[in-house]
Write a protein that binds this ligand. Structure first.
Ligand code: GN1
Ligand code: MG
Length: 363
C-alpha cells in the first residue's frame, strides 16, 4: 500500500511533507487512510471510493464539492471560525483542473483535511439522539437553498415505488424458489397490503405537494463529529448526499436508533419502538429543521418513521426472494429474519402513529 499511496498523494495539492500513511477507521464501503505530514501542515484523509457501489464518481464528487462549498460560504458569512473543523474540505489535484478526485490503476481516490481532536460515537441514547436530530436538521437547513442541482449517487435509492417494482420482479421470477412456503406467502400479502399507502410521498411529489430536498441519506449516529467538549462539529460521510424527501434522514435514523434490538435480531417479540429516542431526536430535528419544513413535510414525519422500516423490509425481502445477491448474509435465512424484524418494527411504529402526531403537534 505505502509505495502506491506516495504516487497517488503526489497528484493532490497537499501542503507539507508526508511522514506516514496508516489505515483509519472501520468503514465497510470505502478504504480510508490517515496521512500524517510534517509540523505546520494539516494532516489528511485519503480515501479509495468504492465505485462498485457509487458508479458515477464524477457525479458523486461534484455533489460533495457543491455541498461543502455552500455550507462553508454560509458558515463564513455567519462569522464562524475554524471552518476546517465544521465542514469537510476536499483537496484539488495539483494539475490545475480543479477536480477533487483521480483514478489511478482503476481505483478512485480523494483527499480531505483531517480534523484533529474530533470524535465520533456509536452511543444511541436520548442525549446523542438529540444531538443527531439537531445536526442532521441543520445540515438540511443549510442546504435548503443550494443553487446547484445534485445528481443521485445511487439512482432511486429511497424511491418506494421503485423498491415496490423490484419486489414485483422478484416475485414474478421467484429465482430462489422461496415463495412457496406459507409464511413467505403471508409476508408477501402483509407487505402488499401496505404498498399503496407507503408510496404516498411519490404521489404527492408528482402532484407538486411535496418537495425533494438535499438530504444526507445515511443518518447514523456515528456520522457526526464532536469536539473534545462534546459539541457537534460537523456531519460526515457525504457519499449519499442527494435529492430525496426529508423522511430519508428523519425516518432512517429512527429505523435503526429507535428499534430496541438490531435490525437482524431473530427475537421478533423483543422488537419495539423507543419513544424516548423518538422524542429526543424529533425535538433536536425540529429545533433546526423547522426553519424550512413545509406544513405537509412536518405533518408527514410520522409517515416517514413508518416508511423506512417498511422500505427496508421490502429491500430485504426482495433480496431474499432473489437468492441473497445484494446484502451480505451470515446464514441462509438471514434476509428472512431481517425482513420479519423490520416488518415487526413497521407494525410497532404504525401502532404509534397517533402518538407521534400528537407529540409533533405539541412541540
Ligand atoms: C446498507 O452497508 P450499510 O449498513 O452502510 C444500505 C442501506 C441499508 C442498510 C441496512 C448503499 O447500508 O441503504 O439501509 O444496508 N446501503 C446501500 O442495513 O444499499
Ligand atoms: Mg460512516
Amino acid at each position: 500500500m505505502e509505495a502506491n499511496t506516495t504516487d497517488i498523494l503526489s497528484r493532490f495539492a497537499l501542503e507539507g511533507t508526508i511522514e506516514s500513511v496508516k489505515p483509519l477507521g472501520n468503514g465497510l464501503i470505502n478504504d480510508t487512510y490517515k496521512v500524517t505530514t510534517s509540523a505546520g501542515a494539516p494532516d489528511y484523509v485519503l480515501q479509495r471510493i468504492n465505485d462498485a457501489i457509487f458508479r458515477d464518481v464524477a457525479l458523486l464528487q461534484r455533489n460533495i464539492e457543491a455541498v461543502t462549498r455552500h455550507i462553508r460560504a454560509k458558515l463564513k458569512a455567519a462569522g464562524e471560525e475554524d471552518l476546517d473543523r465544521k465542514v469537510l474540505r476536499f483537496i484539488p489535484l495539483s494539475d490545475g483542473s480543479g477536480k477533487t478526485w483521480c483514478r489511478v490503476d482503476g481505483n478512485c481516490w480523494r483527499v480531505s483535511v483531517f480534523i484533529p481532536d474530533a470524535f465520533t460515537y456509536d452511543t444511541v441514547d436520548p442525549v446523542y439522539s438529540g444531538f443527531a436530530g439537531q445536526a442532521f436538521g441543520r445540515f438540511e437547513a443549510l442546504l435548503a437553498d443550494l443553487p446547484d442541482t445534485l445528481g443521485e449517487t445511487i439512482p432511486d435509492f429511497h424511491n418506494m415505488e421503485f423498491r415496490a417494482r423490484q419486489l414485483e420482479e422478484a416475485v414474478a421470477a421467484d429465482k430462489a424458489g422461496r415463495l412457496q412456503k406459507p409464511q413467505v406467502q403471508a409476508m408477501l400479502q402483509d407487505i402488499q397490503s401496505h404498498i399503496h399507502d407507503m408510496c404516498l410521498a411519490e404521489r404527492l411529489f408528482r402532484e407538486g405537494k411535496l418537495p425533494r430536498r438535499i438530504c444526507h441519506c445515511d443518518t447514523k449516529v456515528n456520522n457526526m463529529m464532536f469536539d473534545s467538549q462534546g459539541r457537534v462539529l460537523c456531519v460526515i460521510d457525504l457519499d449519499t448526499v442527494m435529492p430525496s424527501f426529508v423522511f430519508s434522514d428523519f425516518g432512517d435514523f429512527l429505523r435503526t436508533a429507535a428499534n430496541t434490538v438490531a435490525e437482524d435480531d431473530p427475537a421478533m417479540e423483543k422488537v419495539a419502538f423507543r419513544k424516548d429516542i423518538f422524542e429526543a431526536f424529533t425535538r433536536g430535528y425540529l429545533s433546526s429543521a423547522s426553519a424550512f419544513l413545509t406544513p405537509v413535510e412536518r405533518d408527514m414525519l410520522p409517515y416517514g418513521v413508518m416508511l423506512f422500516p417498511f422500505m427496508q423490509a421490502v429491500r430485504f425481502f426482495t433480496d431474499y426472494l432473489n437468492g441473497d445477491t445484494y446484502y451480505k448474509i451470515a446464514y441462509p435465512e438471514h434476509n428472512w429474519i431481517r425482513t420479519r424484524n423490520q416488518m415487526a418494527l413497521f407494525h410497532c411504529v404504525r401502532a404509534n402513529e397517533d402518538y407521534m402526531k400528537e407529540f409533533i403537534r405539541s412541540i
